[in-house]
Design a protein around this ligand. Structure first.
Ligand code: PMV
Length: 351
């Protein structure tokens, strides 16, 4: 962030010249899930969540201000953004403009190496990179905590991608003013003991999901009779997970992560109508994870708003786990990720 990496901020001496900044961010995978909002506008979650930021699938986003433009222009992976994707970026830029007291429209170019909308946290890296780049381009001087709060407004999970390694996102107090809640709801790094983790990602279907996480969350909170009990047990899961991370106890970290994720999916299955992201391919990989464990290798599964499975294990076991998942993943792809860095600005030469 700003203290480590000075922004590329060029003054705009003439009409049409730009002030610009470029940032990179990585996706994160939650081990304790965020599912359900208590305030959709402020993106305040119902529960605390905890994740690992990955060292794969970075998103790089450049924001350039245009004094002479009437509209924002947004390009995602080389194609103009439209519809809901464009609306979300423009709404986010409006928030930054309001805070910066500046009206300039922007040109946003985002290169996302995550398969978009497939439950692989493309919105987390996307909005974390956009928050860091847009704040710098509009001249907002924000520390990592404030950037996390800002990124949260684009996509809840993005609040965690501002930080590297393991991060917890605080839901904040259920009572109090909107301003108090907004201030309290941000991510922060989580201390860990001697843990050398890997997440082996089985990409079973990289296509966009049928039900967005936003819609699915709302439906789950509104209609699932299982939601409240999962939310209540998630608090205990988080406390146990934090202690296990500190103790370097990967078995407990994995067990808690797996039950938390399966519980989240159970809440969705009980929603009316049901939301089901798991496919036969997902279940085949889950079966395989059980067999890997029976063979004595600690490996634990987690899934998000999509069919893909991420398997937590020791880095030393990652090769063996990946080989087993290749067999089970049929037409899918398997890759090994480790803990990655937080979001940061890039220098003028793109490094
Ligand atoms: O921030 P969103 O809307 O992409 O929410 C994603 C929620 C999950 O990925 C399913 C869980 C999580 O905590 O990341």
């Amino acid at each position: 962030m700003r203290s480590e990496h000075p922004a590329t901020l060029a003054a705009a001496p003439e009409q049409g010249a730009t002030e610009e900044a470029t940032a990179v961010a990585h996706p994160n995978i939650a081990l304790i899930k965020y599912w359900g909002k208590r305030d959709e506008d402020l993106v305040l979650p119902r529960v605390d969540s905890l994740s690992m930021t990955l060292d794969v699938f970075p998103t790089t986003t450049r924001v350039r201000l245009r004094a002479d433009a009437a509209h924002d222009q947004v390009t995602l992976n080389g194609a103009p953004a439209r519809g809901e994707a464009l609306r979300r970026v423009v709404a986010f830029l409006d928030l930054v403009r309001e805070r910066a007291g500046r009206a300039h429209r922007a040109v946003v170019d985002s290169e996302n190496t995550v398969p978009t909308g497939a439950g692989l946290a493309s919105s987390a890296s996307g909005f974390a990179a956009l928050a860091v780049a847009a704040a710098a381009a509009y001249g907002l001087d924000l520390d990592a905590t404030a950037l996390s709060r800002l990124a949260r407004r684009g996509s809840g999970s993005a609040s965690r991608s501002v930080f590297g390694g393991f991060a917890v996102w605080h839901a904040g107090p259920a009572r109090g003013t909107a301003q108090e809640a907004d201030l309290a709801s941000h991510a922060e790094p989580v201390p860990t003991g001697d843990l050398d983790p890997a997440l082996v990602v089985a990409v079973l279907d990289a296509g966009p999901k049928e039900v967005s996480s936003r819609t699915a969350m709302r439906r789950t909170v509104d209609t699932s009779p299982l939601y409240e009990s999962w939310a209540a047990s998630s608090g205990a899961d988080l406390a146990e997970m934090r202690a296990a991370l500190l103790a370097g106890d990967i078995e407990t970290v994995g067990e808690v992560a797996e039950r938390n994720a399966l519980g989240m999916h159970a809440t969705m299955l009980a929603a009316r109508p049901a939301v089901r992201y798991m496919t036969p391919a997902t279940l085949a990989v889950l079966d395989r994870v059980l067999r890997i464990r029976r063979d004595g290798v600690p490996a634990y599964a987690t899934m998000d708003a999509g069919p893909n499975v991420k398997v937590l294990c020791r880095r030393a076991d990652a090769g063996q786990v990946a080989a087993a998942l290749w067999e089970a993943a049929a037409d899918g792809t398997v890759l090994v990720a480790g803990p990655g860095p937080g979001a940061r600005l890039l220098g003028g030469d793109g490094r």
